[in-house]
Design a protein around this ligand. Structure first.
Ligand SMILES: Cc1ncc(COP(=O)(O)O)c(C=O)c1O
Length: 387
């Protein structure tokens, strides 16, 4: 079969490999400790479910406007205005089935062959994958553990060329849990303004923060005009399977993102959209409870990891992953993750799935119970000792 050449640029296999193996093992009835999980292990809050059921019963089963129903765009504009301390109007908002299509649409709308897209490394792998897919070139911005996986701004400036079009930011970060401080966001803003660049700010973990408060690059003066801010419902409201995200862009870009939705998806699922309004406007108590549970698990996981010889991680300040350095093991991270799955029944993601800088690391998720964390760590320690 002759496939289009661009298919060679789609990545993400490092994560797909683990997922497939986990599914196969579970289908055979084997127990797998899910320390690879990329989604909250909580149920969607009941009021949100009820709002979707009411919408279904009320006949909201038809196409909606491509950019989303007005009530949801309004609720999102209010939420972002409040939480990011910027003024957003509903005509800057586009709703889509998840953050992921919006990452794609941003790249498709802004980048073309000849453009460079600077992507943090390690990072969620689909930024680089989709930048390359649309014909641009992903350029890796290495982040290191000794700087807390923060941005090295001198290095970033070195990577900027006349071809640089877009810089991707993901704070709090998957997989490192790092959060950019106000000072770092301002330093980034200076570079973006100086070189006339755009920012894609993936803020999907904005509510899952444990130490300091989260700030958006869009709140730095001059930056909301050149930032595509993307957030969604998957993580904050435990709604991964609902597929709902949104972008907030400068007004001139909104029709183009909307056109991409119209050409590919038509719109987001009708009865999920009133439920998303309920998510934003209803009680935030379930979200607060989830965050407190994640904080307890994080502390347990981090101290457990740092007690195992050969493993070390920093305390993630946000998201729900501990990016763990592995020393003294003579195996690439992909092989080590396979070994832990087959020998110990623990699923983790190999650091290399998040970029070349992730080699030598494993991503351990705390979106699993405290009992799973304890058992998973015990099994990992045993399996490492047998190597
Ligand atoms: C950084 C990051 N962005 C985007 C997504 C995908 O979000 P969604 O489920 O809204 O497509 C994930 C999911 O793991 C993520 O970690």
């Amino acid at each position: 079969m002759r496939l289009a050449e661009r298919m060679n640029f789609l990545g993400g296999e490092g994560m797909g490999d683990v997922l497939t193996q986990v599914q196969q093992r579970r289908a055979r009835g084997e127990r797998v400790i899910p320390m690879h999980a990329g989604e909250p292990d909580f149920d969607t809050p009941t009021d949100i479910v009820e709002a979707a059921v009411a919408a279904l019963r009320g006949g909201q089963t038809h196409y909606t406007p491509a950019a989303g129903i007005p009530a949801l765009r309004q609720a999102i504009a209010e939420e972002i205005s409040k939480t990011r301390r910027i003024t957003v109007s509903p005509d800057q908002v586009v709703v889509a089935p998840g953050v992921k299509p919006l990452i794609f649409f941003t790249m498709a709308a802004l980048c073309q062959p000849g453009d460079d897209v600077i992507c943090p490394d390690p990072a969620y792998p689909f930024y680089a994958s989709l930048a390359n897919f649309v014909g641009a070139k992903a350029v890796s911005l290495p982040l290191t553990m000794d700087t807390g996986f923060s941005i090295d701004f001198a290095l970033l400036e070195d990577l900027v060329t006349p071809n640089t079009r877009l810089v991707v930011v993901n704070s709090p970060s998957n997989p490192t849990g790092a959060i950019l401080t106000r000072g770092e966001l301002e330093a980034l803003g200076d570079i973006v303004l100086k070189h006339d660049l755009w920012i894609l700010s993936d803020e999907i973990y904005s509510r899952l923060v444990y130490e300091d408060s989260f700030e958006s690059i869009a709140s730095v003066p001059g930056m909301s005009e050149r930032t595509v801010l993307i957030d969604g419902f998957s993580k904050t409201y435990a709604m991964t399977g609902w597929r709902l995200g949104y972008s907030v862009t400068p007004r001139e870009l909104t029709p183009h993102i909307t056109k991409l939705v119209l050409n590919t998806l038509s719109c987001s699922v009708a009865f999920t959209q009133p439920a998303a309004v309920e998510a934003l406007r209803g009680s935030q108590e379930p979200v607060h409870r989830m965050i407190e549970t994640f904080r307890r698990r994080r502390d347990r996981l981090v101290s457990g990891i740092n007690r195992i010889p050969g493993l070390a991680c920093l305390k993630p300040r946000g998201a729900f992953y501990a990016f763990t350095k592995v020393s003294g093991v003579d195996k690439p991270s992909l092989e080590l993750a396979r070994y832990l799955l087959t020998e110990a029944g623990v699923a983790v993601y190999p650091g290399a799935a998040f970029g070349s800088q992730g080699e030598g690391f494993l991503r351990l998720s705390f979106a699993c119970s405290e009992a799973d964390i304890d058992e998973g760590l015990e099994r990992i320690a045993g399996a490492l000792a047998r190597l």
